[in-house]
Ligand binder design. Structure first.
Ligand code: 59J
Length: 580
């Protein structure tokens, strides 16, 4: 055999081998070049231009009142942040930056020096887009802007407790903002971008995920009533030198809370110098003994048994009753030795109520109190909401049966109390409470026979309209009903009751021709002229009920006969009723 390769193509063979050799060498060189010689440079270049995902903030849902009035609005803002490391390269621009930010140049310089190796610090958050752009236009190296949203609360302190607020990252922190955070928040989107090492945007590649806006929420409250309630409560707190207070208005047919206000309050748009006492939504997170307002429930229970009717009488003489070592006392002396059931409510006789309680038994009162929601979970799930306490009747001895029947030894929230009264107002039907606007009729529960509720309505109207009644609760042109209460506050640290610190209460509803609105007024520690619920809280009830009936266009049911015949709704107040 011949040696083919050598003999036939010696030069071609060498050429091919030679070329291949050069190619291998070239590739090897390039590999070494990339992997070893230029490694650092190339790695830097790659890092410098990298694909990033940056969040697109989601627009938080608008909170409105029942008529669409805005209560919490998200507005676009610009937040300025800095790469402090990068900023060290252009210190000469710092004074101009400080001026544009309205900050002290020395303080800013100190801060930037101190954080000189940080690649992300906030410079200022929540500027208006115009303010932010003005700073960015200075083109200070290392200063960047991001778009965010910030909450603004147009009704300020008037809706503060109800609406709550979000934190600087726009997460719900209090109130409805917290309770409905998931609903309101939405989902942030994502944008794919190419940024350089300094975080500067080189190319906006694409939106990889659209931001999903949060959903709007219409609350049950009516801003006009909220303003009215806030104004009257605030005035009463000032006039009476009181520590605090709450007021709730409820639509007894729909279960909607139409207004809920507390004093003291705060401006949610400026939360500097906040004291915790200002932030309490007392109507739901503070519990108290309902005192004599409880008699409306105990009396309902008595009438429901069929053993008692309004004209039956009870001996209340001499205005006190001894139960073991415990004495039950009436504060106001009755005109005679006996009172009928209506008289017991008018005179607010603890003795009379206790005797009825002994007759019907604690369990009867307990069952109804439970059914109307006293000391029970409201189901609202409001942040910090309290359930209160209705002790089980099995634990009631004779003294407890008595004191519970007139409102001590039980603790409730203002919203529970208005709910309980709503059942009497709505002919025995209890509508579940809601803070959200509802359009369809609620599923109500008959917690008291209609006839009993109607009897109670008549009696509670007498409490206000009878000669010795709580005349300060009367409302011009309408019939209304209700019950006052004055409760000694339990003194801290002792088991007993304070000598001179009181809670003044009033709970009532109207108009009696077709009860629609229930209102509870709580005034904590009045210190001026007087402290009786009938003196301090009843006038607030009167003013707020009067304004409510007029704003809601309710036909008067208590005009002189000549006018009543052709009564039409009174002229409603202006749409901003009472805001000014
Ligand atoms: C009262 C109580 C305290 C707790 C008493 C108010 C009791 C009681 C122990 C003395 C003032 C006062 C469990 S008064 O609410 O009866 O609203 O217009 O605080 O009775 O046994 O110097 N209310 N108030 N009682 N305690 N314990 C009346 C009444 C009520 C009125 C006036 C006069 C009390 C008519 C209250 C009102 O109906």
């Amino acid at each position: 055999m011949m040696k083919l390769e050598g003999a036939l193509f010696p030069w071609r063979f060498r050429l091919v081998v030679g070329l291949l050799g050069i190619m291998v060498a070239a590739i090897a060189w390039r590999i070494i070049d990339l992997q070893v010689v230029d490694r650092a440079f190339l790695k830097g270049q790659g890092d410098a231009r990298s694909v990033r995902h940056i969040p697109i903030p989601a627009h938080r849902g608008l909170i409105t009142d029942r008529n669409g009035e805005p209560l919490a609005v998200s507005t676009p803002v610009t937040t300025l942040w800095a790469n402090a490391k990068e900023m060290q390269t252009a210190k000469e621009k710092w004074p101009a930056l400080a001026a544009a930010l309205g900050q002290d140049p020395k303080a800013l310089a100190e801060r930037l020096e101190a954080q000189a190796n940080k690649e992300f610090i906030y410079l200022v958050r929540g500027l208006t887009p115009e303010q932010g752009q003005a700073v960015l236009d200075l083109k200070v190296p290392g200063v960047y802007g991001i778009e965010e949203f910030r909450r603004f609360y147009p009704a300020g302190e008037v809706t503060a407790h109800m609406v709550g607020f979000t934190d600087i990252d726009d997460h719900g922190r209090e109130g409805v903002e917290l309770a409905y955070d998931e609903w309101l928040a939405g989902v942030p989107g994502k944008r794919q971008v190419i940024k350089d090492r300094r975080g500067r945007l080189i190319k906006d590649v694409q939106v990889t995920k659209n931001a999903k806006a949060g959903k709007p929420l219409a609350l049950s409250i009516d801003l006009r009533l909220q303003y009215l309630a806030n104004r009257e409560l605030r005035n009463a707190i000032i006039e009476n030198g009181a520590k605090a207070g709450s007021l709730v208005i409820m639509d007894v047919k729909s279960g909607e809370i139409l207004a809920m206000v507390n004093q003291p309050t705060y401006n949610p748009n400026n939360r500097r110098n906040l004291q915790p006492s200002m932030m309490r939504n007392r109507a739901m997170i503070d519990v108290f003994e309902p005192g004599s307002t409880m008699k409306a429930i105990s009396m309902s229970a008595a009438i429901e048994t069929g053993r008692w009717k309004p004209t039956d009488t009870v001996e209340v003489y001499p205005g006190s009753l001894q139960i073991g070592k415990y004495t039950i006392k009436d504060v106001s002396k009755s005109e005679g030795p006996v009172l009928d059931l209506t008289g017991i409510l008018i005179n607010s006789s603890n003795v009379g109520m206790s005797k009825i309680a002994f007759d019907i038994g604690g369990e009867t009162i307990f069952r109804l109190a439970q059914k109307v929601g006293l000391g029970q979970d409201t189901g609202l799930g409001f942040p910090g909401e309290r359930v209160g306490n209705l002790p089980n009747y099995r634990e009631w001895r004779k003294a407890e049966t008595a004191t519970l029947s007139y409102g001590y030894g039980i603790s409730v929230t203002a919203i529970q109390l208005v709910h309980a009264f709503s059942a009497l107002a709505n002919n025995g039907r209890l509508a579940p409470l809601t803070l959200i606007k509802t359009d369809k009729a609620p599923q109500t529960t008959q917690v008291l026979p209609e006839a009993v509720a109607k009897t109670m309505q008549t009696m509670l109207q007498q409490v206000i309209e009878a000669p010795r009644g709580v005349f300060r609760a009367q409302v011009p042109a309408y019939h209304v009903g209700g019950k006052s209460g004055t409760a000694r506050k339990t003194s801290v640290g002792t088991k007993g009751y304070a000598e001179n610190s009181y809670r003044s209460l009033f709970a009532g509803f109207g108009p009696m021709s077709d009860p629609r609105y229930a209102i509870v007024v709580v005034i904590d520690e009045p210190t001026k002229a007087g402290y009786f619920g009938g003196l301090v809280s009843a006038p607030v009830f009167s003013k707020v009920m009067s304004g409510t009936l007029r704003l809601m266009n309710i036909t008067p049911d208590n005009l002189p006969a000549t006018q009543q015949a052709n009564a039409t709704p009174v002229v409603p107040l202006k749409a901003n009723g009472g805001r000014g």
